[in-house]
Design a protein around this ligand. Structure first.
Ligand code: BDP
Length: 696
């Protein structure tokens, strides 16, 4: 119990005294405050009296599970929950016993393996059992990581104050590799880099362990340490030492370290004249580099590569395909069990005049050409993490290539560190989308549609150097929900919001009701005041925060808001129907035909696929222009309502975080109104219609 950052238990969180400890968000959802409901507390104190994790001395992962259970249970129960001596002759009633069949005599003795063997080494069973007539709680898995995940799941059960009656939980992750991609300072809005590279490896900031615990608590098991726009230094010997230090720290928590690799590293790091994948010296260089990495980090995960995208080098510089480029690295990694995550975020103008069609045009012809240890990493939508996009048509169209889904947790286009936008509904929308091919997008990603052997979800992280990790306290919910959905994409956004709220803000029903209500519609509100009705990419150049709908970027039409919205006197939107760019043709017909037909296309995607006349009648009875105005106003009104809901919690939640969020919401409301005003007055110059007085 050496978490020096854990403040002494605050037993008064239902009605905090003015002198209650100031919370600052550092503990995330791992706060472990004493259970406030007396009946629940009594139940838990009866059911949990001791912890027994055998052989933890020889397993860092079991030691981590034990430490978490000890800190967590003692905190939640408000009394010390001691470890029990394995050799004690009498098993204690209420022992929480965690282990694998190899590590735990009790797990072996109970013979429960048939109940958890099929869950795999990452899955777990939590069950109420009886030993020598004494009730105990078992956390068992065939793998130590599963024991750790099960320990966090039990703690979550208590943190959310659910009953332990008839406890029987069997879970396994639906996706194998659940990663965070760290883009460092770029697009990180919570201060600077979460890793202090200058101090590493000599100084290991204790916060890295909090990060590892937080990731493990939601089932994440991979971290890409550096930006996709990869600097060469990350493959140098000096940085390998730093990366090794981080990997060593993460290992007990089941987190494997990956690196973004720059395709021209053989030139920039290795001093070779070329990075051509067919050049034997280039192949030799990658092999030697990979061997060097694995000798420092034996469980190194592999490389993420952004190639021939936004100025990054790649195989096309040598007239080689993306598959040839990916396979070059894959062959160096294969002997060690490493993999390549090759990003499909490419938009070479030669592939099509419509930016949204380019990745599909480049990648689908390569299906079947990638080595077994290559996964192609695809953003949820065909553009770039906008508040709402249709799902990416690549999902379902590369059955012979493992496809990963890449989501953006950091809120580059959804309000950055200021705006309260809960993103789980957006991710669920993408995952649950019917591809029209007989399976959902999630079915592609979890491997059930095409039988991918390796399944991956990656989220661009929102963690930075800020004390509360994510800048806006509510952005922690996006980190949390991402991990939980990566584990099980069938969980609902609402359930995850409630879980996170209870763990992060407490179980007071007023708090839970107000906060989950605020979160539930916050993403739709963001769409409304930024890009309703299928608009997208209206944001200002470079910083991507505010609106700049009139911007045309010289020499880069596909970075220009005007290229995307195509406003004119007739209407608004990009015609991607079969009469236009025919993006709809990249989808399975069942879905493509719906998008193609302006009368059938979901209204919330309309401008992605159609140039919509200003006077078109919408389902609401309003004209398209009136609807646009209505939604822009509705979005801002939602933020106003969130502020009122938050203000109603004054004095009910801790003062430190209350004030921090209140300040963010003030700015959120003003910025949402500015977004609305700028966009509507810009579009009005084309529609030449009055902005109706709207009261949503
Ligand atoms: C865009 C970001 C840019 C990233 C790029 C990517 O603006 O910083 O490098 O995505 O995914 O959204 O590579």
């Amino acid at each position: 119990m050496n978490y020096s950052h854990v403040p002494s238990p605050d037993r008064s969180h239902r009605s905090p005294s003015p002198f209650a400890p100031i919370e600052d968000g550092f503990e995330l959802w791992l706060r472990y405050r004493p259970i406030a409901d007396p009946a629940r507390l009594a139940e838990y104190r009866g059911a949990v009296t001791a912890i027994m994790v055998e052989n933890r001395g020889s397993s860092p992962t079991l030691a981590a599970a034990h430490e978490e259970l000890a800190v967590g249970l003692s905190g939640l129960l408000g009394e010390d929950v001691p470890p029990v001596d394995v050799r004690a002759p009498v098993h204690r009633a209420g022992a929480v016993i965690a282990g694998t069949p190899e590590s735990s005599t009790v797990v072996r003795r109970l013979g429960l393996e048939k109940k958890f063997a099929a869950l795999g080494p990452g899955g777990f069973l939590i069950a109420a059992e009886t030993i020598d007539d004494r009730p105990v709680i078992i956390i068992a898995s065939t793998g130590e990581a599963g024991v750790l995940y099960g320990s966090f799941a039990l703690l979550r059960r208590l943190q959310t104050e659910r009953s332990l009656d008839g406890l029987q939980i069997a879970e396994k992750p639906r996706i194998g590799l659940r990663m965070l991609d760290h883009w460092e300072e770029t697009r990180c809005y919570a201060g600077g880099n979460v890793w202090n590279w200058n101090e590493l490896p000599g100084t290991i900031d204790p916060k890295y362990k909090v990060y590892a615990r937080a990731c493990a608590s939601i089932g994440l098991n991979g971290a890409v340490l550096n930006n996709v726009n990869a600097e060469k230094k990350y493959l140098t010997p000096a940085y390998l030492l730093k990366e090794k230090a981080v990997a060593d720290l993460f290992r007990p928590y089941g987190i494997r370290v990956f690196l973004s690799a720059n395709f021209s590293a053989p030139i920039t790091v290795g001093g070779l004249p070329t990075a051509d994948p067919t050049d034997p010296a280039v192949r030799g260089w990658w092999k030697a580099k990979v061997d060097e990495i694995f000798s420092a980090i034996p469980d190194f995960g592999g490389f993420v590569v952004k190639a021939n995208s936004e100025g990054e080098p790649g195989p096309k510089d040598f007239r080689r395909s993306h598959a040839e480029g990916a396979n070059l690295l894959a062959r160096a990694l294969a002997p060690h069990g490493g993999i390549v995550l090759w990003r499909a975020f490419v938009y070479d103008p030669e592939a099509d005049s419509d930016r949204l069609k380019r990745a599909y045009n480049e990648f689908t012809p390569l299906d079947g050409e990638f080595d077994e240890n290559v996964t192609v990493q695809v953003k949820n939508g065909p553009l770039d993490f906008q508040p709402r996009e249709p799902f990416n048509p690549l999902f379902g169209k590369m059955p012979r290539t493992s496809l990963a889904m890449e989501l953006q947790i950091t809120q580059e286009y959804t309000g950055q560190d200021v705006q309260l936008v809960y993103l789980a509904p957006m991710w669920k929308e993408a995952l649950d989308a019917d591809t029209g091919g007989g399976f959902s997008v999630a079915g592609v990603v979890d491997g059930s549609a095409h039988g991918y052997k390796r399944t991956v979800v990656a989220g661009v992280a929102n963690t930075g150097s800020a004390r509360n990790w994510t800048g806006q306290d509510f952005a922690q919910a996006n980190w949390y929900a991402f991990g939980r959905l990566a584990w099980d994409h069938t969980l609902s956004a609402e359930a995850l919001a409630e879980e996170w709220t209870r763990m992060t803000w407490g179980n007071d029903e007023r708090v839970v009701a107000a906060i989950t209500a605020m979160m539930s519609g916050s993403r739709e509100a963001c769409v409304d005041y930024m890009d309703p009705l299928g608009l997208g990419h209206l944001m200002a150049r470079d910083h991507h925060y505010g609106p700049e709908p009139g911007d045309t970027v010289p020499g880069h039409e596909d970075w220009s808001p005007t290229y995307f919205h195509r406003a004119d006197e007739k209407g608004l939107g990009y015609d991607r129907s079969s009469r236009g760019s025919n993006l709809v043709g990249q989808y399975f017909p069942k879905v493509g035909n719906v998008f193609d037909d302006i009368d059938a296309c979901p209204e919330n995607l309309l401008c992605w696929f159609h140039h919509v006349p200003w006077d078109r009648k919408m389902k609401s009875g309003r004209t398209f222009w009136e609807e646009l105005c209505f939604l822009y106003h509705r979005g801002v009104a939602y933020v106003t309502a969130m502020r009122a809901q938050w203000d109603s919690l004054k004095g009910v939640i801790d003062a430190g975080r209350f004030a921090a969020v209140a300040a963010k919401l003030r700015r959120h409301e003003a910025d949402a109104a500015a977004y609305r005003n700028v966009c509507l007055s810009y579009f009005q110059a084309f529609s030449r219609r009055p902005i109706p007085v709207t009261s949503p």
